[in-house]
Structures are given as C-alpha cells and as structure tokens.
Design a protein around this ligand. Structure first.
Ligand code: SF4
Ligand code: SF4
Length: 204
C-alpha cells in the first residue's frame, strides 16, 4: 500500500540518514520525542526537500527510524542466515511500460529482468545481488511475498520498498520466522521510484 503523500529524499544530504541511524540507536533507550523529530525535519529542510507538511514529514521520518531500528536489531541474526533472497520493487524499473522487457511470471510470482537497460537500477541491483548469491525477485506488490516465502523457505530477505510496504512485509516475515533487512525508497510515487544502490549493496 503506498503512502497517501509523495516524497523525494534522493537529494537529501547523506548524513541525514546517518542521523536517522543514530536516532534509531537512541530509540531503544529514549523514546524519540516529537520535538526531536521537528528539529531534524527543520535541520535537514525536509519540508522544502519533499514538499510535505510537518505531519506527513513526521510520519515519513518515524517510519525511516523504525526501519533503521529494525535493521540494526535484526542485523546479527540476518548475518547468520544462509538461504537468502532480495525483493526489488517493480516501481524502480527504468520503464513501467512495454519498453521494460521483463516478463512477469505469475507462477513465481515475479518479474524476471531481461537486462534491457544498463542504467536501470533494478537491473544493476539484480546483478549485484546475484553475484552475492541471492535469489532475486522483482515484485509488483507485497501480496506476492507469502507465496515466495512458502515455496522457497528463505531464512533471510533483503527488501527494497516504500516505508509502508516495508512495515507490512516485516510483520509478515516475522510471523514466518524469516529475518528481514530493509532498504527504504528515497522517492516514492509507484513509478520512477528511487533507492540507494550503495545502501542496498552494503545491506546485502
Ligand atoms: S533492465 Fe530489466 S527491469 Fe529494467 S527496464 Fe529492462 S527488463 Fe525492465
Ligand atoms: S511506491 Fe513502489 S513499493 Fe511503494 S506501494 Fe508504490 S509500487 Fe509498491
């Protein structure tokens, strides 16, 4: 399910995400206060960068913090997993129409990238993940996840998606005793979305 608002954090300074990670660590000790969130939003001009109002920016920031906190908490367990897969979002494909040569196989269910565009982020992520021994799925939505998990019995999953999808998928993974790591989209909108390949590579 997408957010009811759109955002683009792809131009936000990289240390914004470091600060989020620091806040995540602190979250286990101190509850993050609304004031802190508003300070961070102001400091990084999140409203100007995203066009969001403060309430939406707080929702987004809280989700990013929750995701980072979950990543940090589950990292140790994830590193012990052996059978892993990566779930990429179909909305980050270079093309969302017939110019994308990926074929959707409903039996899996997943798109299978045909590597038609060297500068497509899904193509790049697919190659990086496969080189590291991951199975790769390009998903049109979170509803595809249960079938894949039931069929393949993965121990660890790295998922790229917008915050709302990530949160729903993490609940599902945990109910199936699968360890998850997440890379949130930096720009949402359900097409031409953006994620950070470097972050994905580090997470893998
Ligand atoms: S590289 Fe793959 S995902 Fe990207 S547009 Fe081509 S077939 Fe689609
Ligand atoms: S932004 Fe992408 S991952 Fe999020 S709901 Fe839309 S299609 Fe799914």
């Amino acid at each position: 399910m997408p957010y009811k608002f759109t955002f683009d954090l792809s131009k936000t300074p990289h240390h914004f995400f470091t600060e989020i990670a620091v806040a995540s660590y602190q979250k286990g000790v101190h509850k993050v206060l609304l004031n802190t969130m508003q300070d961070i939003i102001k400091k990084f001009r999140l409203q100007e960068a995203t066009g969001l109002n403060v309430q939406d920016a707080i929702v987004l920031l809280q989700d990013l913090i929750d995701i980072q906190a979950s990543n940090l908490m589950m990292r140790g367990k994830f590193l012990q997993t052996k059978k892993r897969a990566v779930f990429l979002p179909h909305c980050s494909r270079k093309f969302m129409d017939g110019r994308c040569k990926a074929i959707f196989d409903s039996n899996i269910p997943s798109y299978i990238c045909a590597h038609c565009s060297p500068d497509c982020d899904v193509n790049k992520a697919d190659k990086i993940a496969k080189e590291k021994g991951y199975d790769v799925y390009v998903l049109p939505g979170g509803s595809c996840v249960p079938k894949i998990l039931k069929t393949h019995k993965y121990e660890g999953i790295v998922g790229v998606a917008c915050g709302e999808e990530v949160k729903m998928s993490l609940d599902l993974l945990s109910s199936m005793s699968v360890v998850g790591q997440s890379v949130p989209l930096l720009k949402n909108g359900c097409s031409n979305t953006v994620f950070n390949l470097e972050t994905l590579t580090k997470t893998l």
